[in-house]
Design a protein around this ligand. Structure first.
Ligand SMILES: [Zn+2]
Length: 396
């Protein structure tokens, strides 16, 4: 996984800025760093020493000698700290420990009931996370941050859920504050679709700076990465596509009270309901199983859901001009039928310039996108120039 720096070659004198140059993982000598930054060799030497002492940078062999002793080379050390990534769903959670490059060192799944409220759910997560960390032999001193994805809207600046529909008791709860009582490190919280977008992009599409990640499950939402940055909007609700009206839905009333919402037509329960009119209740998992067995009604229903989703995505393509749209979530597990419906409408309805280089694909990270994104949220924060400066000041 790449953590590409966004700084230009010339940086200020701080160690944190110098460190951004090393985040690409390439080993460099002090002389090479001096050329890249325009800083004096003696300044570079002092900064490198401070970064080495923190563990964030380590020696990795020697550069080419120009006669005499070959110079040492240094690189970003992704094993310097560990990160806790937590992905909470309605009824399940995934908890993982990763290194600073997003490699999963250990993970576990645990059943939860998000509607029991924040304290019982977070207590369970904290307890399991402690076991996971101790199973690795890593004390919490090595832990540098916790990232949490929640299945509902989150005010990103505070990490507090904002009227999450399926999370009674969570509204405005101080999730970071509660978790920090257990782990005294930065705690970053975001909604699950945003972190899935981040995890998918950093892991599988690092060269695609404009990516739209769609989670199609019970609800439908998008994580938007534009110019390499997650876009949350003014209040964190950017990408909430589920309640956009689609043409076919003039007769359908959504749970939100409006008519013709995308989610009321193309969400998992909505599709399942069309197949079970008068019959037994069907869950999204049953629907996927029917599609996998080639049931023609189920295949047709998923394909139509893809077209409905495509109608909304055609508008998104005009607005955002992404280079890749990634379909994830439980409905994406229905294979190529959803994808085919989406492609049919998006390529038909968008202007050629917007689709000339547009890829529409299924998620490659599948179940791991959430924990990888939660981990990357923390990594971006703790490895920023300012955070590194603070860490070095504390160790000095
Ligand atoms: Zn609605």
């Amino acid at each position: 996984m790449t953590i590409a720096p966004t700084v230009s070659a010339l940086v200020s004198a701080r160690s944190g800025d110098l460190f951004q140059l090393l985040l690409d993982g390439a080993p460099r000598t002090r002389a090479e760093l001096a050329v890249l930054t325009g800083l004096a060799r003696s300044t570079i030497a002092a900064r490198v020493d401070a970064l080495m002492a923190s563990g964030f940078v380590s020696a990795v062999g020697e550069g080419a000698s120009s006669g005499g002793r070959p110079p040492s080379r240094f690189a970003f050390n992704p094993t310097a700290r560990v990160v806790l990534g937590v992905d909470l769903g309605a009824s399940h959670s995934v908890i993982a420990v990763t290194d600073l490059a997003g490699s999963v060192l250990a993970s576990l799944r645990a059943e939860i009931a998000i509607d029991e409220g924040p304290e019982p759910v977070l207590d369970l997560v904290i307890d399991r996370a402690r076991h996971l960390l101790s199973s690795l032999g890593e004390g919490t001193t090595q832990l540098c941050g916790v990232g949490v994805g929640l299945p509902g809207p989150v005010e990103h600046t505070t990490g507090r859920p904002a009227n999450p529909p399926i999370m009674p008791g969570w509204h405005d709860f101080d999730v970071p504050g509660y978790v920090r009582h257990a782990f005294d490190v930065p705690v970053l919280v975001d909604n699950d679709v945003n972190i899935m977008a981040l995890g998918e992009q950093r892991t599988h599409w690092p060269n695609y700076d404009n990516l739209l990640f769609i989670k199609a499950a019970t609800g439908i939402g998008a994580g938007i990465i534009s110019n390499g940055q997650l876009q949350r909007g003014a209040m964190g609700s950017a990408g909430d596509l589920g309640h956009i009206r689609v043409a076919r839905g003039s007769h359908v009333i959504c749970r939100c009270g409006n008519i013709g919402c995308l989610e009321a037509l193309a969400g998992g329960p909505a599709i399942a309901a069309t197949l079970t009119a008068g019959g037994a209740e069907m869950r999204t998992g049953d629907l996927i199983a029917l599609v996998e067995r080639g049931n023609p009604d189920a295949v047709a229903a998923i394909r139509q859901a893809g077209r409905d989703l495509g109608e909304v995505l055609a508008t998104c393509v005009s607005l955002l001009n992404p280079s890749v749209i990634v379909l994830g979530g439980s409905l994406a597990a229905a294979g190529d039928h959803l994808l085919a419906g989406v492609r049919e409408v998006v390529y038909n309805r968008s202007l050629p310039l917007a689709t000339a280089h547009l890829t529409i694909a299924r998620s490659r990270s599948a179940d791991d996108a959430g924990i990888l994104g939660a981990s990357m949220l923390v990594v971006q924060h703790v490895l920023s120039a300012d955070a590194i400066e603070t860490a070095l000041a504390l160790q000095a």
